[in-house]
Design a protein around this ligand. Sequence first.
Ligand SMILES: *Cc1c(COP(=O)(O)O)cnc(C)c1O
Length: 423
Amino acid sequence: MRDETKLVHSGYTTDPTTHAVATPIYQTVSYEFDNAQHGADLFNLAVPGNIYTRIMNPTNDVLEKRCADLEGGVGALALSSGSAAVTYSIINIAEAGTNIVTTPQLYGGTYTLFKHMFPKQGIEVRFAEGDGGADIQKEIDGKTRAVFCETIGNPAGNIVDVEALATVAHKNGVPLIVDNTVATPILIKPIDYGADIIAHSLTKYMGGHGNSLGGVLVDGGNFPWADYADKYPMLTTPEPSYHGVVYTDALGPAAYIGRVRTVPLRNTGSALSPFNAFLILQGIETLALRMERHCNNAVAVAQYLQQHAKIESVSYGGLPDDPYHALAQKYCGGKPASLLTFEIDGGFERAVKFYDSLELFKRLVNIGDAKSLACHPASTTHRQLSEEEQTKAGVTPGMIRLCVGIEHLDDIIEDLEQALGKA
Ligand SMILES: *Cc1c(COP(=O)(O)O)cnc(C)c1O
């Protein structure tokens, strides 16, 4: 089936007991065993079934199947946030003494995790100088366990050539892990371009209504872990915490995702609430419709801002003269979601005046809500940085980031127009 149909149906068939059509919320922690033998069989993974909601839940299961189907993967695991998904994506295969290589422009939370937390656990994170394949190749050595990137970066809107990075990663015998939050599988399906593992914050466009935190990992099932057994002992040798299972033998192409569930999730517990899974499933049903409107509104807003006398520059891959336009065309039909930044002529003071004058746009730090959102990084997210550090992070005093919502375009433009007038 096509994406629009998968968004509505994948992973759920009418509940056989109640005939419920909407996915039921299984708000339960445990599941009763028929008898001691049944319990033992469940723990041995000899029969399918549920044990405890930290590890599996029927509502979350629908969400997992839907995400795997949308991305074209062999399995998925729902988690409590996008940050948990990114964390688990790495700790499932990298341990102390190894390293990962990442593109430099990342979501702020991921940057902090990579820069300040993983090194304390002994996992070195090497930030490449740029997004290109050659930049990545320079950082890879025998201790590298993965290459990491965001398909479309948050907040910079930089678009990564996933195909080129997958080629470099595979040439070096390591997987490419991709954060596909901003693009969503509606705009880009990274597995088609060679990516191996996909992470998402479901909090953003996927859920789409700014009401639930959530994350997911999807396993493409294509990376040959067993061919690099010495690099990935966690997948290819007996797992002591799970009665000696060898994941590549027991689960074949689903080895990676099976281990994330039974080791990182089971032992550290960033489980998704089934209530959040339900809300996110409701949001996902309209993802294709929303992305179409988000993108069309964003292109129109970018064009409007570009011709405005008070605007110095606009950064959006959907504009023909943008440095990322060619990649935007290759990967998402020239319309890379609805995240854009622009520079107001007049610096900090005028940017704040504009920001404070917005009436429809919400002043906050989030993306992917149906509502139009605006952020002034210099006074909020990057406030603690010196002006020099801000420049390094690509933040200027007069810069505004918009995440254009799905309201009527005329109302969005009118709000920008009146706020620019006051500025
Ligand atoms: C928001 C975001 C995350 C973190 O997701 P949470 O659900 O907020 O934990 C990770 N990556 C990207 C690209 C994001 O935008």
